[in-house]
Structure formats: C-alpha cells, structure tokens
Design a protein around this ligand. Sequence first.
Ligand SMILES: [Zn+2]
Length: 571
Amino acid sequence: MQVDVTFPDLTEPTLELRMSRASPGRYSLHDFAKNVYDVHAYGKNGHELETTRPDPYGWNASGHGGAVTVKYKVYGDRVDGTYLAVDTTHAHINMPAALMWAHGLDDRPTTVTFEQPAGMHWQVATQLHRGADALEFTAPNLQYLMDSPVEFGPVTMRQFVVGSRTFRLALHHAGSDADADALAKDAEKIVRQEGTIYGEYPEFEPGYYTFLIDHLPYAEGDGMEHRNSTVITSSSAVGRTQLYDTVAHEFFHCWNVERIRPSGLEPFDFDRANLTDSLWLAEGFTQYYGPLTLQRAGLADLASTAQALTRLVDAVINDPGRRVRSAADMSRMAPFIDGGRVSDRTNWANTILSYYTLGGAIAAALDLALRDRTDSRVSLDDYMRAMWHAYGKPGGSREGYVDRPYTIADAEETLATVSGDRAFAHDFFAKYIEGREVADYPRLLARAGFALRKRHAGRAWLGDLQVQSHDGVRVRTLVAPSWPVYASGLEQDDAVRELDGQRIANENDVSAVVGRHRPGDRIGIAFVDRTGRTKTATITLAENPELEIVPVDSSTEAQKKFRAAWLNPRP
Ligand SMILES: [Zn+2]
C-alpha cells in the first residue's frame, strides 16, 4: 500500500516520524516499522529531505521549512485485529500497522483520504468520522485516529437500531445475503442483552457503532475492540457460538475497557507497551459476559453455558499458574503474552494462567457471591453498571480519551458500595485479586443448581503429559509440580522408555498403562534425560483432577429461582 502523509504548520526544526510499537486493544509490543520501505520525505517547497534514523522505529526529518510530506510503501498480508492486509479483495487496515505519525502532534485533527484501486468500486467501513465524500474521513486527534481500523473493500452493510443508537455490520465474506441477515438479527439480540446490563449505550461519537467482520478463508481467528467499532476476523463458517461469543465479548468492551478504563491503559502509548494490573477486570469480566450474554439472548443452551463455565473454573482450580501469580500479576504479564512472539523457552505453562480465564472465573465467583449474599437482589450486573457510572459515563474532555480511568483501589471501593459491605469487598480483593486463593465454587454453583464434580472420577492420572512419538517418546511440555510424575524427576525433553515395566512407543501406550491402574497405585518409570543418563523411579498415581460443571436434574425451587435470576433473558 502506498501511503502519503503531510504534516503542515511545523514549528519544531526536526519532525520525528514514527511507526507505532503498540496497537490499541493489543497489550504487546510490535515492530510495525519492519514492513515499511521506500521511504521519502519532502520539505515545504517540495525538495527531498535527508532523514536520519534515531532508532529502528523512527525517521527524523530536518530542514523542512515548516511542512513535511512523507511517502512510503507498507506491506501487509495478515487479516486479523492487529496487522495490515492488502490484496485484490480488500485493504484491511489496522492504523498502527499502516500509518506513520509524528511526536508532539497528538492533538491535531487528521483527514484520511482513500484512493480507489484501478477498476475497483470499494467502500470504506470505519469508526472514523465522515468527511467531504465517500472516500474521505477525519479523526479529531492521534489517539482516535490510531484506534480506528478500516475495511476498504466490497463491504456488505446491515444496520439495526436500538433506542436512539444505530449499529452497523460491515461484512466482508463469502456467504449469502441470508447469512448476513441472520448474523445481524442475532447480533441485535446480543446488543440488546448487553444494553440491559448497563441500562444504556455509550455515545458513539461518529453516530453509530460498527462491527467490522471479515469472514474469509484466509483470515486469522481474532477479535479486537475499539472505541466505536470492533474487528472480528474468522477463517471459515465457524460454529455460530464461537463467532457469537466473539461478538458478545467485543461489544461488551464498548463499555468495559473502551470507557470503563484501567488507568494503566490511558492514554494509548504508541512508543511502548502500556502496563495495567486490571486486565482480570477489563478482559476477564468481559470474557465471563460472553457466554452469559449468549445464554440470556437465547443463542446458547444450558449445556454450552455450563461448558464455558467449566473452562474457567477447572483452570482456576487446577492450573498451576494461579498458585504462582495473582490476578493483578497476570495482568502485568500481558505485554509479553498477548500475541507477542517468544523465541526462547519460558515456564509459562506452570506459572501463567491467562487473565482472560482467571478474570472470567473471578467474575463468575463475584457474580454468584453477590447473588448468594442478597438473595439475587445484587449481582455483577449492578457492579458493572456502578463502574460505568463512576468511571465510564463521565467520558473525556477530548474525543477518544477517558478522563476518569480507574485503579484497583477504585474497583474495590465500587464493590464496597455496590455490596454495601466494605469488609466483603476488601476480603474479596485481598484473596482473589491481589492474592492467589480460589473461591468456594462448589458451594456458589450449587446455589444455582449446578454440580462441580470430577469429570473422570475414579480414573488414575500421572499428569497431562504430552509426548511426541517421533525421535523416541520425548516429553514436549513442561512437567508441572502438581502432577504425580513430577516426583520422578522427569523433565521436558526427556525420553520415556518404560512405564509399569512396559516399553513405551507412543502417547497411546502412556494412557493405556495408566488406564489399567487405580488412583493410589504405584508404578515404575524409566526414562533417559537430556544428558543421556537413564533414570528409574516410582510414581504414585492420583485421581484425574479435571472438573466439570453440570446442571443438577433434581434442583430445588430455590435453586431454579436463583438460576433463572442469573441466566434468564433481561427484560
Ligand atoms: Zn477482549
């Protein structure tokens, strides 16, 4: 893609041109400058300027006489929420991956003009403000500009109105008009259910909220929230629940994170990664409301909702990472784990539980605990609404900014107010946000007529050992301290030779041997470690700890009432 950017009325002698290192909504560092080439800068009178490179992400232009036009090409071929994708079917543009900006000009408005590729009749879908014609748009400042992705292509539009708000679906897909109609109808159900949680929708500054949906065989699976839009990409006609869960998650973000904003994320820093301790709330609580909204909207049944809860609760109880890092600490790891490529080895399998999962499980615990304490009069919906009124609704003095981002202390204070019990709020945050404790899920779930039980009760287990069969039977994952096999000294890269006296040739042999035993049985193991030394040990098998949440058929009237107040559609 050819990009020309003009910066007029410059007062500083040197213009510091930048390619972003971060992208709104993504928490990791990026090197968007790597795809930029053929860079030329011109001064006010049109003469080409020598540029210098202060670092890998910038070009400094001096002697410009008061204005600079920089012209460059940028390559991109990845359809997702973070990068740029340009091909004969469309230009799918995430601004930080495509646009050069300059230090010190954050408050300047921008005009963006798209040029139609020869012979094409593409349309632009974006949260940027409309300009003078169909290919011209404006942004009030750099924060808003960089937060505004664009789909420039053969866009199929659908629109619906809820109250005084307009919602648009801009689809780039291979499906039929009927598919588009069906998606719009179901998206409206999701939008309505989430609107009832907050009691209102935000002011969408361009006059509408836009779902930018690329449903293409060559797209990655992704969802990325923005202030007045979201990018949702998917490779194929995935199961409805999967796509709808993303729609529900991303739309929930138009309150939670876009406006109810953790202080560490405000404002966006395009030179380095933002850091926050509150992604358990910003992402985790949003994650919880995805399946909950689908259930309330009639787009998911009880079994799939129980499955979604299982994924959260089983992980928070069994995953080793939760014992190492608190929810606040997990959030601080986001710059490293959110889509960042890691080339060296980490011990994250044993030390990290995603803030999506951990935060989702905390949200479930808090929702149920609030309902439990108040006979369903107070819930997490009330908490989110209170956060909205205190921190989101006040808005920003400049468009795209949030004037009252919250801290963890603010989030705790709001819980004290909503629950009417300061000690409860303090205890909850001390144990589950700053601490590493696990809520009493069996009791909380039982209130709603759900049982939390072992999925493989009575079955022996030596750990979730993963081996690869070629190159011997080599352990290809970290061995967790909580696995029975850990005591044998077995490590990643070691080759398992024998279990219980039987030669092991592949992963099936491992499960076959373990399957013949009962929890508590002791079996021998022989393995070769990375130095080539053969070791033997004895393992005491445990009961498989994997959990599942299932609705109880014999629920009492009280349980049914509690469950209905939680999961039934909001009026
Ligand atoms: Zn999210």
